[in-house]
Design a protein around this ligand. Structure first.
Ligand SMILES: [Zn+2]
Length: 411
């Protein structure tokens, strides 16, 4: 019996992917080197780009131990300098979160720790039962049948107040994103009369989707901390699709991958992912959406369309002003610098992105995409101690967008 239990425990333990002595390397490719870095991924398909390929920003690459020396000599042979940003990924993962009891009650809910999907689901229910001006709405279902939910928060008496949709957790491993959505809801429901956030709720409806990719998020807790995509079965060995490359916005174009094993796989067909279709019809069905933000991590960017082309959006001047005001407001909170600009210029061209769909197809003028903390010291393994400052500064940026809506700028 003891032997059976031992092997059962071993099976459970071995189900979780481990990252012992894996490293995250930073390169800053210029000119021809960008192609070399792109080829690196073809040569070593198991490396994982943590940040998108870019000629103007650093590129961080997670390299499993087994390929580490080969990748390093490949880089040296091609005269590309690299810096080791994370020495041992498993150590960074182990240090990211504290061991603690399950939290299912709003009264004792700790916003400064990362939460499982069950905890977040319970928290959403309690938000609705505690605050009369918070309503739960169903966005749709995930591939594995989980419910994707939104909290709709407003004190407005208007029958059709302007709406601001905030979406978090589209990429599973970017844990600080859902945590920031939770904090955002907390700030709103606890707003005191006369405060800026109270005024926002008086005039607008804020719609928060804390976990846009629940299957991926759950999987990043149970099996693979570095999971990014959905969990759909596309008929290949590698599962899942990048939900931020699957939208009908120059789908399958530049800056997205046709390879099912790539973290930027655009999927078997346009809008193939139920999570993407669900959100498209949910947001498309709202009556007065004037602002939208898709919140990711990391790199500290506050961006707007376009991702798929270097051409500027019609509303580029307006979005540029809001973007710059947002990063100024963010800076004033904890003196953290975020970079504002169109995605294709801040990072690189990316096709099939959420923000381009929201802007072009749904016509949401003030559409943004954020990358929260940090700038690579911890990357996706950002320790819990940074959740609160990240949420605080992000909320300052979100208020700038809400103020633009209230000023009529986003109509
Ligand atoms: Zn992301």
């Amino acid at each position: 019996m003891k032997v059976v239990i031992f092997f059962a425990l071993l099976a459970v333990a071995s189900a979780k992917r481990l990252f012992h002595q894996d490293q995250v390397l930073r390169v800053e490719p210029k000119g021809y080197q960008l192609k070399v870095i792109e080829n690196l991924g073809k040569r070593f398909p198991n490396i994982d780009y943590w940040t998108d390929l870019s000629e103007v920003r650093p590129v961080d690459i997670h390299v499993p131990l087994v390929y580490l020396s080969a990748v390093k000599s490949f880089l040296s042979r091609n005269r590309i300098d690299y810096e080791i940003f994370i020495e041992d990924l498993q150590v960074a993962i182990d240090n990211q979160k504290s061991d603690r009891p399950t939290q299912m009650s709003l009264a004792t809910f700790d916003y400064n720790v990362y939460h499982t999907i069950d905890e977040i689901t319970a928290w959403m229910s309690e938000m609705v039962s505690t605050y009369s001006f918070v309503n739960l709405d169903n966005v749709g279902a995930s591939f594995e049948g989980r419910s994707i939910d939104a909290l709709r928060i407003t004190l407005s008496t208007s029958s059709n107040p302007p709406q601001f949709v905030i979406d978090c957790g589209l990429h599973a491993r970017e844990w600080v994103s859902p945590s920031t959505c939770l904090y955002t809801v907390k700030y709103l429901v606890e707003a005191q009369p006369g405060s800026a956030e109270y005024n926002i709720l008086n005039e607008m409806e804020i719609v928060v989707i804390p976990i846009a990719n629940p299957d991926g998020y759950e999987y990043s807790w149970t099996d693979d901390r570095m999971w990014r995509k959905t969990r759909s079965d596309t008929g290949h060995v590698c599962m899942g699709v990048d939900p931020n490359r699957n939208w009908d916005a120059n789908w399958s174009g530049e800056g997205a991958s046709s390879s099912p094993c790539s973290e930027a796989y655009y999927g078997p067909s346009v809008m193939s992912e139920i999570e993407v279709r669900s959100q498209a019809s949910f947001v498309g069905g709202l009556s007065n959406v004037q602002a939208y933000i898709d919140i990711h991590a990391y790199s500290q960017y506050w961006m707007y369309p376009y991702a798929w082309t270097r051409a500027l959006a019609t509303d580029n001047p307006t979005l540029g002003v809001i973007g710059q005001n947002s990063v100024n407001a963010i800076y004033s909170v904890h003196q953290e610098f975020y970079f504002a600009g169109p995605i294709s210029q801040v990072i690189y061209v990316a096709s099939g992105s959420t923000v381009d769909y929201m802007y072009d197809t749904l016509g949401i003028k003030c559409s943004f995409a954020a990358e929260l903390r940090d700038t690579g010291t911890y990357g996706f393994t950002l320790p819990e101690i940074f959740i609160q400052p990240t949420a605080e500064e992000t909320f300052a940026g979100l208020k700038v967008i809400a103020n633009a809506v209230m000023a009529g700028t986003c109509q």
